[in-house]
Design a protein around this ligand. Structure first.
Ligand code: KMH
Ligand code: ZN
Length: 285
């Protein structure tokens, strides 16, 4: 792999706007963040939305509007979170797919999430996987712990490949309750990936840089953003999502695996093209 897929996760469901004023919570803040991040190398945006009071939301209408706005204003691959917040119901999380994103997350198991529980029952995982395939949405399998890779093998063996047939995982490391954000844990996870799968990695909090460096050296891709870390360096709060994407782009260039272009990312992940048709001087896109 000679380029690096960069995903930005700009918002998440856990941080309060009051604690991080640059957290994008409105559709226009999300679009503006998305443009800034695309300009410095992001190809995918992993989206959680907020309501009018900046609280996490899975409101179907707002999800649809958000997907449409990001698609209209950027070329980014739009990935909606089906993880939502730990308090969201399975029904609401499944309904996220009705907003017709390009991609959606599919968390591969239940884990302690700080002092909460992030519940992902087996039958719910199967429902997400099969509903995404029916709707031609590409899943990103979120892996928080090694056992969840066993669950992924079982899912693919019993229920077949995802839409587009390519398997892409995101190793979410350093969650209190999940696998640690270390090079050793990353190598163990990579060894358990299904054959032919690609992976990105995300180190939560202080594990952001160790995980990014380990992922690059293991041939993986990167996810960064304010969903995962609010500290750029000790004593230095993150200023913006684009600051984190720019740093990841720099690391990828140092590794001689520069940021992957959006078209290459669409092809690697086998994304269905839902963008409005653009006619350019070179013809139809
Ligand atoms: N907010 C976490 C409980 C996902 O986006 O799919 C779940 C999460 C994973 O962020
Ligand atoms: Zn998320």
């Amino acid at each position: 792999m000679n380029s690096t897929l960069l995903t930005v996760a700009p918002t998440g469901a856990e941080t309060a706007k009051a604690d991080a004023p640059s957290l994008p919570v409105t559709i226009s803040e999300l679009v503006s963040t998305a443009k800034d991040c695309a300009a410095v190398g992001a190809a995918v945006i992993h989206v959680h939305i907020r309501d009018d009071s900046a609280q996490p939301s899975l409101d179907p209408e707002r999800l649809r509007e958000t997907v449409q706005a990001l698609r209209a204003e950027t070329e980014l691959i739009v990935q909606l979170s089906t993880g939502g917040a730990v308090t969201d119901s399975e029904a609401d999380r499944l309904r996220v797919l009705e907003a017709e994103p390009d991609s959606a997350s599919c968390s591969m198991g239940t884990l302690n999430f700080g002092s909460d529980v992030f519940l992902n029952r087996w039958d719910f995982i199967v429902a997400l996987h099969t509903s995404m395939r029916d709707r031609e949405i590409v899943p990103e399998y979120e892996i928080f712990d090694l056992g969840q890779l066993s669950a992924l093998h079982r899912l693919l063996d019993k229920h077949g490949p995802p839409y587009g047939e390519h398997v892409h995982c995101d190793l979410v490391m350093g969650v209190p309750g999940g696998m640690p954000g270390t090079a050793a844990a990353l190598v163990a996870a990579v060894q358990m990936l299904p054959a032919g799968a690609s992976f990105s990695a995300t180190g939560v909090g202080r594990s952001t840089l160790p995980v990014a460096l380990a992922a690059l050296s293991a041939g993986g891709h990167l996810r960064v953003g304010m969903e995962d870390t609010l500290s750029y360096a000790p004593g230095q709060p993150v200023e913006s999502n684009a600051q984190l994407v720019a740093r990841a782009s720099g690391l990828a260039r140092i590794a001689l695996r520069p940021p992957m272009g959006i078209e290459e990312a669409r092809s690697m992940l086998a994304i269905k093209d839902r963008r409005p048709v653009a006619v350019t001087s070179a013809g139809r896109r």
